[in-house]
Design a protein around this ligand. Structure first.
Ligand code: TYD
Ligand code: MG
Length: 446
């Protein structure tokens, strides 16, 4: 029989401590220690597990299941791996249950699926299924919050795919702590991982996120699973993005694009087309760039507006690019681009509600600002990318050749890129101009 032990656990990093403290001794976060009880399992006889030779493993180690959406397979790293545990996080109402119900219905054509919900009633699941027009009559549904029972039922119906909606509602009967507490989360995820690996069942686990946007509960939950996906949805955008932040079976940082419709999600397989608003390119302040997301390029439009500032503290607002990076870039523009923007209000926006974290959009951001400041549009059919250094130099970025090829494919005729990214042979129809310094880039654009 297990013995219950009292302790405190940090909800940020999962560190244990015997005494309460205002600050976590491990990760130094404030007010994150939470009282909890642990059961320390008494040593019992362990089943004997022997070693295996790598070349004697079954032939199907490469096997993956295709889901209903190519875009979802992409974020999973090329399909769902048998026995993988996938954590899917997102704000309430972003469509987690909807997507997984659609994905389950797609997988069900070949595999037995069990959908366990601790949040909704079976009637609600049925209603959503009707609304989505899913052909999922044979789906095994379960409304329960006991993780032991959910796993037992999944095992009983021989499910190969299990969906748990949501991990915060699940509790283990072996722990006295409240649902959603750190101890319960760790225990439940631990049981799920063990179940998935032993029985070769792929499990999707839905997780709620906190105000800060992380999956509620300690980071250790993210460490325990194979893949962590996040929904990103800007209320202003028509599109929902799913990004992989961790993936043991593929590249992380992969992104899938979806649109929510009357009948659930529809995938967007050529996202470049939607993030470019054709009409506004060629207005002053608008520049097209090629961003790199996961394993593919994405054409994006960056817009800037420079307005006369009326206060001593000019406004700097960035939407879709990093605000601090914008301040840094403006200082470089003032010093090395000879543009007096220090007292102006500057607003920057990436069209479509996209967030871009890479430095390749430095140069297009400054070109957009310069274009708005001078009230002169950039030449038609121009793309540009490149990182900007503090000395005003333009640095090459990764996947330069691929970005240039993507621009040519979308019909662009001119590209301003770092010298280090100029390909030996430019694609047909595209004039590639290599630049070393910001001043050269500004000259090349006009
Ligand atoms: P839901 O999957 O319940 O979100 P979550 O599980 O992440 O909390 O979806 C919630 C939203 O999706 C809800 O506001 C309504 C909308 N929706 C549609 O627009 N179309 C649809 O076909 C469905 C089923 C939902
Ligand atoms: Mg839900």
């Amino acid at each position: 029989m297990a013995k219950a032990k009292k302790a405190y656990v940090c909800i940020e990093c999962g560190a244990h401590s015997v005494k309460w403290a205002g600050q976590c001794p491990d990760c130094s976060a404030w007010n994150t220690l939470e009282a909890t009880t642990f059961s320390t399992p008494v040593a019992s006889s362990r089943p004997e597990i022997s070693t295996h030779r790598l070349d004697e493993l079954p032939d199907d180690v490469e096997q993956r299941y295709a889901t209903a959406f190519g875009e979802f397979d992409r974020v999973l790293g090329g399909g769902l791996v048998p026995g993988a545990v996938v954590l899917l996080g997102g704000d309430p109402g972003v469509g987690k249950s909807t997507l997984l119900q659609q994905v389950s219905a797609g997988l069900m054509k070949d595999l037995p699926v069990c959908y366990a919900t601790g949040e909704e009633s079976l009637r609600q699941i049925g209603q959503r299924s009707l609304r989505l027009g899913l052909d999922a009559a044979a789906m095994n549904l379960l409304a329960d919050t006991s993780i032991e029972n959910v796993l037992e039922q999944a095992s009983r119906c021989k499910a190969k795919v299990l969906v748990i909606d949501s991990i915060q509602t699940m509790t283990s009967e072996h722990l006295p702590s409240a649902p959603g507490s750190v101890a319960q989360l760790r225990e439940s995820v631990g049981r799920i991982v063990q179940f998935a690996k032993q029985q070769d069942v792929s499990v999707f686990v839905i997780g709620h996120v906190t105000k800060e946007g992380a999956i509620a509960g300690p980071r250790v939950v993210e460490h325990m699973v194979d893949t962590v996906l996040y929904f990103e949805s800007d209320p202003a955008s028509r599109y929902t993005l799913i990004r992989s932040v961790k993936n043991r079976f593929g590249a992380s940082g992969e992104m899938g694009v979806f649109a929510m419709t009357q009948n659930g999600f529809r995938e967007v397989s050529n996202p470049s087309a939607i993030f470019l608003s054709r009409d506004s390119v060629n207005e002053p302040g608008s520049v097209v760039s090629v961003a790199w997301e996961g394993s593919r390029s994405l054409l994006v439009e960056i817009q800037a507006l420079v307005a006369d500032g009326n206060s001593n503290y000019p406004k700097r607002l960035a939407h879709g690019v990093d605000q601090n990076r914008l301040a840094l870039l403006l200082a470089v523009l003032q010093r090395h681009g000879d543009l007096a923007v220090a007292d102006e209000d500057v607003f920057v926006n990436v069209v479509g509600g996209l967030r871009i974290a890479e430095t390749a959009v430095d140069l297009p951001t400054l070109l957009a600002i310069a274009s708005s400041f001078r009230d002169r549009a950039c030449p038609e059919r121009l793309v540009c990318f490149g990182e900007i250094g503090l000395a005003g130099e333009i640095r090459p970025v990764r996947f330069g050749t691929e970005r240039i090829a993507a621009a040519a494919k979308q019909g662009f005729t001119q590209a301003i890129v770092p010298v280090g990214n100029v390909p030996k042979r430019a694609p047909e129809g595209l004039n590639v101009i290599g630049v070393r310094r910001l001043s050269e880039a500004l000259d090349a654009a006009w």
